[in-house]
Design a protein around this ligand. Structure first.
Ligand SMILES: Nc1nc(=O)c2c([nH]1)NC[C@@H]1CN(c3ccc(C(=O)N[C@@H](CCC(=O)O)C(=O)O)cc3)C=[N+]21
Length: 285
């Protein structure tokens, strides 16, 4: 029997801890704040952004949303980010990706004050992560949430054989760094990799961040393997599914995170956690 991890339950637990931090800050008259910028009218993006805003408000985080039309110029977008960089009520700035093709994503990410980069996408923060610096800095929320989930399930990463599939700057790459920093032996596979099964069959833990339904199935894993599915795909019926196809009777999978209800809720809970952490960091310096 496959154990299905309850990401919603872990996210709820994390949100309760975040709430305690918010209440403690409130005693000093401090309210953490997040600003989310969204460009255009992509349905999925609008939905995620609303979910983030709703969760932030329910926890007592000050949350503002800036919604721009598709034809906003890069200069105007940077201007708006600059205002938020200087807004003392805002601790975290998130620019929802992807952006329209006439806007250079790196220019936008690099215009965010690294101390307010709640996504952890700024090159300075990614550099700190890869160097494993002993200081406080933001880390991409999906990878950080996955690490929290692994810790909650007491997965021993020390010397473990871990395969990460995907090398995006928002999931695969930061995950590589986090896993290396946790002393795992990490293999990263991607669209040019040959014989994926050769690698996944040896893995104690496989983390898939591909973005294609049915990328993996039970035959890819060794008995008892842990599987984290960070995929968010729509199947042919428009249903949200992950990268891995499996059922309760899959014989090799030890545990797996479901989609929906696995990594997704942890991403949003981690965003809330990190907004509050960044507020705390800004007050001790
Ligand atoms: N700057 C930026 N930061 C991001 O973190 C970011 C982004 N841009 N662009 C898009 C991706 C995608 N992403 C998700 C977060 C939560 C769920 C999530 O909560 N999923 C639920 C289901 C959601 C639903 O009901 O539709 C689940 O898996 O259970 C999904 C996807 C964050 N992203």
């Amino acid at each position: 029997m496959v154990e299905i991890i309850d990401g919603k339950k872990e996210a709820k637990h994390l949100n309760e801890i975040t709430k305690q931090h918010i209440e403690k800050l409130a005693k000093s008259g401090i309210v953490p704040g997040i600003a989310v910028i969204i460009v255009g009218h992509d349905q999925a993006s609008e939905r995620y952004v609303r979910m983030k805003d709703k969760k932030a408000r329910s926890l007592g985080i000050y949350s503002i949303m800036k919604h721009f039309e598709n034809d906003i110029s890069e200069t105007d977008l940077i201007k708006s980010i600059n205002e938020l960089n200087h807004d003392p009520k805002i601790n975290g700035i998130l620019v929802q990706l992807p952006l329209p093709s006439h806007i250079n994503e790196q220019n936008i990410i690099q215009s965010i004050d690294p101390k307010k980069d709640v996504d952890g996408f700024h090159p300075l923060n990614i550099g700190k992560l890869f160097l494993n610096l002993n200081e406080q800095f933001p880390v991409a929320c999906t990878p950080k949430g996955i690490m929290t989930l692994l810790a909650a399930y007491q997965v021993n990463l020390n010397g473990a054989n871990v395969v990460v599939i995907g090398r995006s700057p928002i999931v695969g790459k930061p995950l590589l760094a986090l896993l290396l920093n946790a002393n795992a032996s990490v293999t990263c596979l991607h669209s040019h990799s040959e014989n994926i099964t050769l690698h996944t069959k040896k893995a104690d833990l496989v983390i898939s961040a591909v973005g294609n339904a049915n990328t993996l199935n039970d035959n890819h894993f060794k008995p008892g393997a842990y599987v984290i599915d960070a995929g968010q795909n729509l199947d042919i019926n428009g249903k949200l599914v992950g990268d891995v196809s499996y059922d309760q009777n899959s014989k090799n999978i030890g545990f797996i995170t479901p989609v929906p209800g696995g990594v997704g809720p942890m991403t949003i809970a981690t965003l809330m956690q990190q907004t509050v952490e960044m507020c705390e960091w800004s007050h001790v310096e």
